[in-house]
Ligand binder design. Structure first.
Ligand SMILES: CC(C)(COP(=O)(O)OP(=O)(O)OC[C@H]1O[C@@H](n2cnc3c(N)ncnc32)[C@H](O)[C@@H]1OP(=O)(O)O)[C@@H](O)C(=O)NCCC(=O)NCCS
Length: 196
């Protein structure tokens, strides 16, 4: 349904990029911005949106943002009539591939949120389609951890569930499901680092 991204998006540069996509004839806008290019207003908007769902308070959200976000993390922003209505964080992290005996990078899909006001309208599929486009443009594979109830949602959005014997997460408590998108090769064994 939203495959038109692949045709219309303009690539400005790699992970330092700022991509803007504005479909014709409507009030939506999608942007992908590296941390270093985010404005203070955009950071506050992201924290306010997150705080509507995960109520830690705006101060705590801003502190967490400052402490946890790295320069090359990507922030995918979805606007309806200039209002931030959805957000995804793609974090550039390290992954080991056992049979290749080397480290590589991947994008950790960390946060996916649609403002409560706009839920139930399939906007998550629009945002996921944009996320997938950005992941493909970056050239990296992407990985996420999710609850069993959400596996179907990500499968609908073209992600693949990994068998638990085919990967491990070694720097983070993990007991749920791992899923991947844009797998570069059919790796035998993945070892994901969530924090570095
Ligand atoms: C998860 C979230 C982004 C989905 O957005 P939404 O507006 O509620 O859902 P949409 O209207 O876009 O739904 C699109 C489809 O995904 C399904 N879906 C939505 N949330 C789902 C979930 N958590 N698990 C499984 N399927 C889900 C819907 O049923 C719908 O399926 P259909 O096309 O077969 O009817 C939104 O509910 C949210 O921000 N939740 C809080 C943050 C969160 O939990 N994020 C983690 C996501 S795994």
């Amino acid at each position: 349904m939203y495959n038109y991204f692949f045709l219309n998006i303009t690539v400005l540069c790699n992970l330092k990029m700022k991509i803007t996509y504005r479909p014709e004839d409507n009030n939506f806008c999608l942007k992908s911005i590296a941390s270093s290019k985010l404005s203070n207003i955009e950071i506050i908007q992201i924290c306010l949106l997150k705080d509507k769902n995960w109520k830690f308070g705006i101060k705590s959200q801003l502190k967490g943002f400052k402490n946890n976000i790295k320069k090359f993390d990507l922030h995918n922003l979805f606007y309806i009539k200039s209002k931030l209505a959805g957000y995804t964080l793609l974090r550039k992290r390290t992954c080991k591939i056992q049979n290749l005996k080397k480290n590589t990078h991947y994008l950790l899909l960390d946060t996916l949120i649609i403002d409560k006001k706009y839920r139930g309208m399939k906007f998550s599929n629009l945002l996921m389609s944009f996320n997938n486009t950005i992941i493909k443009q970056s050239g990296f594979s992407s990985f996420l951890i999710c609850k069993t109830e959400s596996v179907g949602f990500y499968k609908e959005n073209n992600w693949t569930k990994l068998s638990n014997k085919d990967f491990s997460v070694i720097d983070h408590r993990f007991s749920s499901n791992g899923m991947v998108f844009n797998e570069k090769e059919n790796f035998k064994k993945y070892i994901f680092f969530i924090n570095s």
